[in-house]
Design a protein around this ligand. Structure first.
Ligand code: NAI
Length: 701
């Protein structure tokens, strides 16, 4: 049982107690029910207070139960709330800290509510592709008014209790406590007062629910919400459920809410968002690095290189209030780096996203230097110099000579071997990869590259610092390209083969953008610079000569068409504009190349384009799991969702493949292997996929 029961004179106190946030799993629900029964049986008890232990009233449903029969097992949340409503003795909810989802729905089933100031109140179900399913859409509009309730339900965002308490005519809280400390005394006093008064107990279900403009308001709300929630059905369904509250009798509205909730639960969009929720939390955990691993203290940071990446990396730490010393080879490079940082902050100030004094505080944390001596005191030093092993060797040899013992030495390399870099020092246990994505001050993803000798405490520290600078950190082993770029190589290769076989860049981009990617591979190449991939292919040509590529990307670069920065790439660009205009010259170049290869172009369907691009990610992802480069499929999904614009509503490549069914995915791969213009070897389903299919498993664990 995870609810405590205590009697204080004539008031029984039920305390939900299921750390960390008193999630309403089966045991907690059973605990509340049995405590309530005790209180009702005890003639000495005149009133009841329900609250939460520790850091929350209740954070709501137990996500671990989602989709499992346990969630519906009696007592379910609906029946607990009905039991509270039906109590003959007054029940006061004493709300504090966090009151979300099912926690708020439970409070709405109580007769009275007292809230501590500073409580975060939310119905966040929409973020999981759902609507509140235990009366939230029917009761909240009755106490808060239709518009305020709908805003809360559609946004899923928390609102502080004191703000809600100010809403005109609100009946959500009967009282706002003077302080969190006085909450329980005030709730118990109210319980005694209402018990002494007697009379009918107030129920939220009996309150009226109307909007003065009726259907016109809901039409407006649907237009607004529909425009903002492309790809996700839940926000519009929130509007539908609240509208039902204004039109139907309470119990009929509840039935409607349930019907919508259950239908949404079955949607792939909700499955994707629930997967993302779980995968994000799991990504921060490293199987062999326990959570209580001691961490090193990071009070100051050094950044080497003030180029594209160095400046953005420095900003992350300045934003988090951590002093940064940035080192360069020449004063001009430092000045340029600092000017870019200032320009970025000034743009934020101009847009009203950053206050002038905050900007100044952040800049005051930044020091620049040309001397390694100034990095002697740094706790963490991140290198972002040119991508050449020789240059990295120079930097790490110097760092080894000056850095204080215990300092963490990180490399932002995107392709080089972190173990080789670590071997330039006499302290490989302190060396780690921190692979940021460009622009480093904006992109959420951080691949934390664990070298063969990287210390567990270093891994634990870097994961913690990633959280501090608000990154989604995913651990990768050492390999060429780590998780993200190793997979994108296969995706890009397929994009190239598609051109050789008959597609145009615009057709490929359009198909994958329709699938939901923010940008197709060719528009992306033009944005990032086609020369980057060119340089990587040249290097690999000697290392991995057997790898087959379409030559179109090289031919494009030979024409000097590096992308937006040169005014031309796969597409043409007008001066100062970013609109991609299909290029006759490029299309002709592709046709000529096809002729050289002797390929007769064929019409390629959008379905084939999407499958070849996405399944290329999936197959390489499976190899990455087999090789132990990623420890779980969810980590790979996090990389693609936060770093590569994979559509959120599809849940990442590995989740998507699991939804399609691995058997279907494997059969399609085998079909692609028979295409003479593709890479037959690559399309052999990875042994992991074959094994899972043989075991009858539809998806990655
Ligand atoms: P960049 O060329 O813009 O900047 C490199 C900076 O390092 C230059 O300002 C240069 O003066 C400085 N530098 C070179 N040698 C140095 C030395 N010995 N001591 C001090 N400073 C030195 O390059 P970028 O794009 O910032 O890349 C840096 C690193 O980040 C590379 O390892 C790259 O692979 C990696 N990376 C780049 C990404 C990108 O999108 N540009 C994404 C993720 C990682």
């Amino acid at each position: 049982m995870t609810a405590e029961y205590k009697v204080h004179g004539d008031v029984a106190v039920i305390t939900m107690s299921n750390p960390p946030v008193n999630g309403l799993g089966h045991a907690t629900r059973a605990g509340i029910t049995s405590a309530l029964a005790k209180a009702l049986e005890d003639a000495a008890v005149k009133a009841i207070v329900i609250t939460g232990a520790g850091k929350a009233f209740s954070g709501g449903a137990d996500i671990k139960e989602f989709g499992s029969p346990k969630a519906l097992q009696d007592p379910n949340l609906l029946s607990v709330i009905l039991a509270l409503e039906a109590s003959s003795k007054p029940i006061v909810a004493a709300i504090h800290s966090v009151c979300m989802g099912g926690g708020l729905e439970l409070a709405l089933g109580c007769h009275y509510r007292v809230a501590a100031p500073g409580t975060q109140v939310a119905l966040p179900e929409v973020k999981l592709g759902l609507i509140p399913g235990a009366g939230g859409t029917q009761r909240l509009p009755r106490v808060l008014g239709v518009e305020a309730a709908l805003n809360l339900i559609v946004s899923g965002q928390p609102v502080p209790s004191e703000l809600l308490a100010q809403a005109p005519g609100q009946k959500l809280f009967d009282k706002l406590a003077a302080s969190p400390e006085s909450l329980m005394d005030e709730a118990v006093a109210l319980a005694r007062e209402v018990a002494a008064k007697g009379g009918d107990l107030p129920l939220v279900r009996n309150l009226p629910c109307k909007h003065p403009q009726g259907d016109a308001y809901f039409q407006f709300a649907k237009n607004m919400v529909g425009g903002m929630s492309k790809n996700f059905p839940a926000p519009l369904k929130c509007v539908e459920a609240v509208q039902a509250a204004t039109k139907l009798k309470f119990d009929d509205g509840m039935a409607k809410e349930r019907e919508i909730f259950l239908a949404l639960m079955m949607t792939p969009e909700s499955a994707a968002l629930r997967h993302l929720f779980v995968a994000e939390r799991a990504a921060s955990k490293i199987p062999d690095v326990p959570e209580d691993t001691p961490k090193r203290e990071i009070k100051t940071v050094g950044v080497i290189g003030a180029g594209t990446m160095g400046g953005g990396i420095a900003m992350n730490f300045l934003n988090a209030g951590v002093p940064v010393t940035m080192l360069e080879m020449k004063q001009e490079a430092l000045d340029r780096g600092v000017a870019t940082i200032k320009k970025n902050y000034e743009a934020q100030v101009k847009k009203g996203k950053l206050k002038q004094d905050k900007y100044e505080q952040r800049m005051a944390l930044l020091k620049t230097t040309l001397s390694y001596d100034d990095l002697k005191g740094a706790d963490l030093i991140i290198e972002a110099v040119f991508e050449e092993l020789g240059v990295k060797e120079k930097v790490f040899t110097q760092l080894d000579a000056i850095a204080k013992p215990g300092a963490i030495l990180a490399s932002n390399t995107s392709t080089l071997d972190v173990d080789k870099i670590a071997a330039f020092t006499k302290r490989p246990q302190d060396v780690v990869g921190m692979h940021f994505f460009s622009p480093a001050n904006v992109m959420k993803l951080l691949e934390v590259v664990r070298g063969a000798k990287t210390g567990k405490d270093v891994m634990a520290t870097v994961m913690a610092i990633a959280k501090k600078i608000k990154k989604t950190a995913v651990v990768s082993g050492v390999c060429d390209g780590f998780i993200g770029n190793r997979m994108i190589e296969q995706y890009s290769r397929q994009a190239g083969f598609l051109l050789d076989e008959g597609a145009t860049p615009q057709q490929v981009d359009k198909a994958i953008e329709k699938f939901g990617f923010a940008m197709g591979p060719f528009r992306m190449g033009d944005l990032a610079g086609n020369d980057i991939g060119w340089a990587i292919r040249k290097r690999r040509a000697t290392e991995r000569a057997e790898m087959k590529y379409s030559k179109t990307a090289d031919k494009l670069c030979e024409l000097g068409r590096f992308g937006q920065k040169t005014g031309a790439g796969w597409y043409d660009y007008q001066a100062g504009k970013r609109d991609a205009i299909p290029s006759d010259l490029v299309n002709k170049m592709i046709e000529d190349h096809r002729k050289e290869l002797g390929i007769t172009p064929r019409k390629i369907s959008d379905e084939e384009i999407v499958q070849r691009l996405v399944y290329a990610l999936v197959n390489e992802g499976a190899h990455i799991l087999e090789d132990g480069i990623a420890s779980k499929a969810g980590d790979i999904d996090m990389v693609y969702l936060t770093g590569y614009g994979f559509p959120m509503h599809r849940g990442g490549p590995m989740h998507y493949a699991s939804q399609v069914g691995l058997y279907n995915v494997a059969e399609t791969m085998k079909r692609f292997a028979r295409n003479p213009h593709d890479d037959a070897n690559f399309w052999q389903p990875a042994p992991l996929i074959q094994k899972l299919v043989a075991e009858g498993k539809g998806g990655f664990a």
